[in-house]
Every structure is written in structure tokens, then in C-alpha cells.
Design a binder for this molecule. Structure first.
Ligand SMILES: N[C@@H](CCSC[C@H]1O[C@@H](n2cnc3c(=O)[nH]cnc32)[C@H](O)[C@@H]1O)C(=O)O
Ligand SMILES: [Zn+2]
Length: 430
């Protein structure tokens, strides 16, 4: 079993109540064996973390990886126009190979910016899973299900295939969910069916909820209730772990329906800001004991997959909303991007904090730079001053995926070549 010893780092374990301290971390195989002020043990590889922060890898709780091919192609549009007129037509041209390279582009960006796990909802999930296995990332995969056309059965079959074929693959790095896309793309019948399936097979659900005002209007016209009530009355929150992406437009009553739910909300602040969706009631969710994690959404809307940008935006939005800078602290936002997101993916027993027995998913951040000195409070520094590009080293499941900013499992030249030509073909004439 390979042993990697990380020496003299500033360790931010993200364990409840633990402050940063100078120390060492020992990895044995795919696990963290020990975290302590000083570890004097033999190792196959010693990494000096002097001048670096060592923290859990970030967990991106909502993404559509392959949409990185559509980054910047149609910005500054309303969500429904963006989706109907631009994204869906471009996505209709996507082949398995496009999804494979688009996902690799996303993974390269995520590793470069310190993300070690992501939740992905997309199509051609064999291609996505292959990209995940080859890159060494950890992921929760979902076949997104839009039930507006008459081939819903085929989509559902693909969703089941993903779950059957890929759960536990990549040495356990891959988990799966069922993914009804959103209340406005899933009528009651197929939605009921997916909920029953998830319950039978004990597989979590991943769905978009109440992202825009328009969605709430549309669902009220169709069903006479809010999007949250619509899901609640179909039984989605009973006995099922559910990952709700966005959850921006909820009434107080809606929030009450989520109390005690398994799973929780993936907040996507940059995407919400950029699309002008609104400010999700993050502080209210937290007060009600609802788990809130963090994601980027696809690069087609958010335009970047840098979780450090989300961490900043999340805090700014709550502070602005309340006119009160004490809302959503640096530490709380970092917790959302690590352990709380891990809870949403149902893998908090494996990742999200640095402690013995958990999987070795961690990042080293180079603090020896003008914008990261001096160091008064590491929570503040990492939440408010670090950018994704400051990440120096990334380890997932005990495997080094990036060292001194160099990707070790992916060829950037190849990804760039493939992504450029494929992206051009997808948007031609649109
Ligand atoms: N179009 C597929 C379903 C794909 S699921 C993932 C879908 O989410 C869509 N998507 C990406 N970002 C957002 C968002 O912010 N809100 C709602 N949908 C989104 C994206 O265009 C993609 O098609 C089908 O018909 O079977
Ligand atoms: Zn999304």
C-alpha cells in the first residue's frame, strides 16, 4: 500500500470546532491514516506543504460537466430562452464523444481549482463515467430526465442502466442518483414513477427546483401550487434522499415542507446571480436544519467551475440580502463547499473533512503569494482571498491528480484540441 506523507502544512480539517494548526498528514492507500502536529513515519513519497494550506477537496454538488463545451456561447439571456433556444438545440447535436471530451474539459478545470468530487446531471452517462474513471475524480452521476417528448421510456431506461452499471465503479469513486430534471419538465405521472423507483432501489434523487420566478408562475398555471408543493404532494420528500438544485423561490410554507427531509439544497450562487434568478433563502434553510451545500451548475450558465468563486458569492449574497455582514461567515461557506455538499451526495462518511479513516481527498493551496499574506485567520483567507488557480496539489482516493499545478492523469493538449473543434461544430449556425 502506497504511503504519502504531507509535512508541515497549515491544516484546515473542517472538522466541527477545529481551528487551523501546523501539522502533518499521512495517507495509506486510498485513506487518510493520521492527521497530527507531527508524524514521524516512513513513507514512499514525502510532500512538503510548508507555506501551504491543506484542506479537504471541494465538493461541487451540482453540475452539467459537458456543458463546458458551451461556455460563453450564449450569455445574457433569460433562463428559459437560454435553455430552449440555445442549449437544447446545441445539446441535441451532442454525440457520446462530445460528452466525453466536454466532461474531461470540466474535470480538468475542476481539478485545477481544487474540486475533488462533483455531482453531474447529464446525458450519455457512459461517456461521463468513463471520463470520471480515467481522470481519477470522485463523482455522483445522474442521467437527467426530461419528460416532454414521447420517448420518456428510453430516458428512464438509460437512467436505470447508469445506476446498475456504474454504482461503485472506479474503486468506489462513482455513486449514482436518479435525475428527474425539474418540475417544469416532468409531469406528475413519470415523476411519480421515478420517485417510486428511487425508493425501491434506495437510490437518491437529483432535481432542479424553483430556479426562476417564471418557473413558479408556470407550475401554478399548470397545477395550482408552488414547485415545492408540487414535489411534496407527489411524495418526493418521504423516505427518499433528495438533492435539490437552486431552491431560490420558496415561500415560508415551502421551506416548512423541506424540514426533516433527507438530502437538502445545492446552492448555486454564481449561476443565480448571473441569470438574475434571485437570492436563495440559505440562512432560513440553515435555521430550519435543512442541509445546504454548494455547486456551480454547468459552465454553460455559470461560465466557471471555480468553487472558490461560489464560496465568495454565497457569502456576499446573504450579506447583501440581509444588509448585514455577519450573515453566512467564511467558515460556514467553506463548510457548505465541503462537508455539507458531501452530505447532499450521501458520502459524508467518506469525504468532506480531513480525519483518519476517511478517503484521502485533499488539496494543497499555495499561500506564498501577495494576495494571501499575511495570515490572520485561515477560514477568512481561504473563503475570501483564495482563487481556484492558487491550488497547487490535488489528491483523490490517495492518487495525486495534480502536483505543482500540473495535471497528472489528463492531457491538457489533447483536451484542448478536442474541445475546441467539437465546441465549434455544436454551435454552428445557432
Ligand atoms: N436534455 C436532456 C436532459 C439533460 S439533463 C441536463 C439538462 O439540464 C439543463 N440545464 C443546464 N443548466 C440548467 C439550469 O440552470 N436550469 C435548468 N436546466 C439546466 C441542460 O441544458 C441539460 O439539458 C434530455 O432531454 O434528455
Ligand atoms: Zn443545473
Amino acid at each position: 500500500m502506497k504511503r504519502i506523507l504531507i509535512k508541515e502544512g497549515t491544516i484546515l480539517s473542517m472538522k466541527e470546532g477545529e481551528q487551523a494548526f501546523t501539522g502533518d498528514l499521512l495517507i495509506e492507500g486510498d485513506k487518510i491514516a493520521m492527521v497530527a502536529p507531527m508524524i514521524d513515519q516512513p513513507a514512499d513519497q514525502v510532500i512538503s506543504a510548508k507555506g501551504m494550506a491543506v484542506m479537504p477537496g471541494l465538493v461541487n454538488a451540482h453540475n452539467h460537466g459537458a456543458m463546458s463545451l458551451l461556455r460563453g456561447f450564449s450569455d445574457d439571456l433569460k433562463l428559459m430562452d437560454w435553455l430552449d433556444k440555445k442549449m437544447l438545440p446545441a445539446e441535441a447535436r451532442m454525440t457520446e464523444e462530445d460528452v466525453y471530451w466536454g466532461t474531461k474539459l470540466a474535470i480538468a478545470e475542476m481539478i485545477r481549482s481544487g474540486t475533488t468530487t462533483f455531482a453531474d446531471m447529464y446525458v450519455c452517462m457512459d461517456a461521463v463515467a468513463n471520463a470520471v474513471v480515467e481522470s481519477g475524480m470522485r463523482a455522483s452521476l445522474t442521467r437527467g430526465l426530461v419528460f416532454l417528448q414521447d420517448d420518456g421510456g428510453r430516458r428512464m431506461r438509460e437512467g436505470i442502466d447508469l445506476v446498475e452499471k456504474w454504482s461503485g465503479a472506479g474503486d468506489g469513486r462513482i455513486t449514482t442518483m436518479f435525475g428527474p430534471h425539474a418540475p417544469y419538465t416532468c409531469p406528475p405521472e413519470p415523476l411519480r414513477e421515478v420517485i417510486a423507483l428511487a425508493r425501491q432501489r434506495r437510490i437518491p434523487l437529483h432535481i432542479h427546483l424553483a430556479e426562476t420566478k417564471e418557473e413558479t408562475v408556470k407550475i401554478r398555471e399548470n397545477y395550482g401550487e408552488t414547485p415545492t408543493e408540487y414535489l411534496y404532494h407527489l411524495g418526493m420528500f418521504e423516505h427518499t434522499h433528495v438533492l435539490l438544485a437552486h431552491a431560490v423561490h420558496l415561500t415560508r410554507k415551502d421551506i416548512g415542507y423541506l424540514r426533516g427531509m433527507r438530502g437538502g439544497v445545492a446552492h448555486n450562487p454564481v449561476s443565480n446571480l448571473k441569470l438574475g434568478c434571485g437570492i436563495a433563502p440559505v440562512m432560513e434553510f440553515k435555521r430550519q436544519g435543512i442541509t445546504v451545500g454548494m455547486g456551480t451548475d454547468g459552465a454553460g450558465s455559470a461560465t466557471t467551475l471555480d468553487m472558490f468563486a461560489e464560496i465568495k458569492a454565497a457569502t456576499w449574497m446573504q450579506k447583501l440580502d440581509y444588509g448585514d455582514p455577519t450573515q453566512l461567515s467564511a467558515e460556514e461557506a467553506l463548510r457548505m463547499a465541503t462537508i455539507e455538499s458531501a452530505k447532499l451526495l450521501g458520502i459524508d462518511h467518506e469525504v468532506g473533512t480531513l480525519e483518519a479513516g476517511k478517503k484521502a481527498d485533499l488539496i494543497l493551496i499555495d499561500l506564498n503569494q501577495p494576495h494571501l499574506q499575511p495570515i490572520h485567520n485561515l477560514f477568512s483567507l481561504v473563503a475570501y482571498s483564495v482563487n481556484g488557480s492558487d491550488v497547487d496539489t490535488v489528491i483523490v482516493n490517495g492518487q495525486i491528480l495534480m502536483r505543482q499545478h500540473q495535471l497528472t492523469t489528463l492531457s491538457w493538449e489533447e483536451i484542448q484540441r478536442e474541445a475546441t473543434s467539437r465546441a465549434a461544430r455544436l454551435v454552428e449556425g445557432l
